[in-house]
Design a protein around this ligand. Structure first.
Ligand SMILES: Nc1ncnc2c1ncn2[C@@H]1O[C@H](COP(=O)(O)OP(=O)(O)OP(=O)(O)O)[C@@H](O)[C@H]1O
Ligand SMILES: [Mg+2]
Length: 513
């Protein structure tokens, strides 16, 4: 028996040239195989009416992971979503070919085809067999989306990646769960986060507090010159409710009073350990309890050694030189956190000169939101670069406090109307409890299959094959799933309405000379 290989260049089996002594037989063989492969019907079967398996020809294959199909059979059309597609091959038939000599050669024809699985999205939920599978048209997908639309506001985030011209919308009501936004550096997380925030501002009444370590959202209240005119107009009103608090801003200076922060945070700020530094810790507690706290000068010049040591500690840590303190000025950023007149507070952490001050403000804002949780005022707490703001392994006590508050809000905040939207490129560096509490996923391009595997483990409510697809995403492409999109969808994010803040450094240095 002779064995004939695949087509020239095939990676699957060694190629055999048609110039060989088998030339005529090869031609017959290839033609036979080609027509067998081309005639494989796109058919689907479901034993439970919810999931289906399918086969299809590799010739002109249009079925893609995440794409939508219509399954036609028994006079019914069901809409489905493809979840896996893989190559398969089977010995389909045996051929007998004449050889140049007197004898014959018998060979098996290996037929290659596509095989996969999918989910039925709509239909009668009855099992079916050998339903014809075809790619759903834009009109069909759009009609399905309209039929399944919810009564709550929808946030138009962009277009479905695999169905040109069909909008992709998130269910605004789904933001009453925690949301995790993840993707490699430069995948478009911040830009897309901006799209989500803009749509929330336009379509809902939800208040937003944005912890912004890179000053990316400082122009969230300013409409871009090239914004869609209709959207730009609708955005004008909510844009007026965007309040940006920055270190250098004259009107909305990012400031805090020592009295705004609780004793645990004061101790963290001074890196005091309640056990190892108990005398100083006690002196601090006494000071905080006193009606008229002494000045730093009085502390350093005090006759009490603990008070003096405390004063020196403040000075040597440089805490007294923090730009956020505002002696003599009234009000702090925490007032804006709770000011119902502020629709969206951008806390411009990136404007602060030191990491300590960033951590202090982040911890103070998160701590304050948690402390006043009984007000039950719904608020979306957005944390960009969350692996720095609330990391799993904090570098110091202050960051640890911010991470603790974030973890507590993740665990218990929801019932008080405290919802998180956490964005990061390092999901492994986020406290596990924050990750595990997220019911919504927005996924941009991931670096590697290892990152995809991590996301698959953390977000078991999303079909793993869709998460895996993220390694092929381009800039601005993503996946949304969870309560914001009960049917996971691949999308291309739309254009921003407001201006981007700390844009990437332009690569003019690389321009051709
Ligand atoms: N949908 C989009 N349309 C047009 N430009 C985009 C889109 N998404 C992202 N960009 C641009 O791509 C660049 C990188 O995007 P972005 O800063 O949002 O990425 P990132 O994932 O937040 O990166 P990092 O992890 O470094 O913060 C930016 O210059 C941004 O303007
Ligand atoms: Mg970013």
């Amino acid at each position: 028996m002779s064995h004939f290989g695949g087509e020239q260049g095939s990676a699957i089996s060694p190629a055999v040239s048609g110039e060989s002594e088998f030339g005529p037989q090869l031609a017959t063989f290839r033609e036979m195989r080609r027509s067998l492969e081309a005639s494989i019907l796109p058919l689907a079967t479901s034993v439970d009416g919810r999931r289906f398996s399918f086969q299809a020809s590799l010739h002109g294959l249009e079925l893609q992971v995440g794409g939508y199909v219509v399954l036609e059979g028994d006079g019914t059309g069901r809409l489905g979503q493809v979840l896996t597609v893989e190559l398969d091959r089977q010995p389909a038939t045996e051929l007998t070919l004449p050889t140049a000599g007197a004898g014959e050669a018998r060979t098996q024809v290996q037929v290659q085809y596509a095989r996969g699985e999918g989910a039925v999205l709509e239909g009668d939920w009855a099992p079916f067999h050998d339903a014809l599978v075809r790619v759903a048209s834009g009109t069909e997908v759009r009609a399905w989306l309209q039929r399944t639309g919810r009564p709550s506001a929808t946030l138009r985030l962009g277009e479905l990646a695999l169905v040109a011209g069909v909008p992709c919308a998130a269910d605004a009501a789904g933001f009453d769960r925690h949301t995790f936004l993840c993707g490699q550096s430069g995948s478009g997380k911040t830009y897309s986060l901006g799209v989500i925030l803009e749509r929330l501002l336009i379509e809902t009444d939800l208040r937003l507090v944005v912890l912004d370590p890179n000053s990316d959202f400082v122009r969230l209240g300013q409409v871009r010159a090239d914004a869609d005119p209709a959207l730009g107009e609708r955005y004008e009103k909510p844009a007026r409710g965007v309040a940006v608090y920055s270190a250098g801003a004259p009107a909305r200076r990012l400031r805090l009073h020592a009295s705004d922060i609780d004793p645990a945070m004061q101790a963290a700020l001074l890196r005091l350990d309640p056990v190892d530094d108990r005398e100083e810790y006690a002196a601090l507690a006494e000071l905080l309890a006193s009606e008229n706290p002494p000045t730093l000068e009085a502390l350093t010049g005090s006759n009490h050694p603990e008070a003096r040591r405390l004063g020196l500690r403040v000075r040597s840590l440089g805490v007294d030189r923090f730009s956020v303190w505002a002696p003599g000025e009234t009000g702090s950023v925490l007032d804006a956190v709770h000011d119902q007149g502020v629709r969206c507070l951008v806390v411009d952490l990136g404007s602060l000169p030191t990491r300590e001050e960033q951590a202090l403000i982040a911890a103070a804002v998160l701590g304050d939101l948690w402390r006043r949780r009984q007000e039950r005022s719904p608020i979306l707490i957005v944390i960009d670069e969350a692996h720095n703001v609330c990391p799993a392994e904090p570098a110091d006590q202050l960051v640890a406090l911010a991470a603790e508050h974030a973890t507590r809000i993740a665990a218990e905040g929801r019932k008080f109307g405290l919802y998180l939207l956490v964005s990061t490129q390092r999901p492994q560096k986020i406290p596990e409890n924050v990750l595990s509490q997220a019911d919504n996923l927005v996924l941009m391009r991931l670096n590697s299959l290892a990152d995809a595997a991590f996301a698959q483990a953390a977000f078991s409510f999303v079909p793993p094959s869709l998460i895996e697809r993220s390694v092929t995403f381009h800039l601005g492409e993503g996946l949304i799933a969870g309560k914001i999109s009960p049917q996971p969808a691949l999308l291309r994010f739309g254009s921003r309405i407001s201006q981007e803040g700390g844009a990437d450094v332009p690569a003019t240095w690389a321009a051709a000379r």
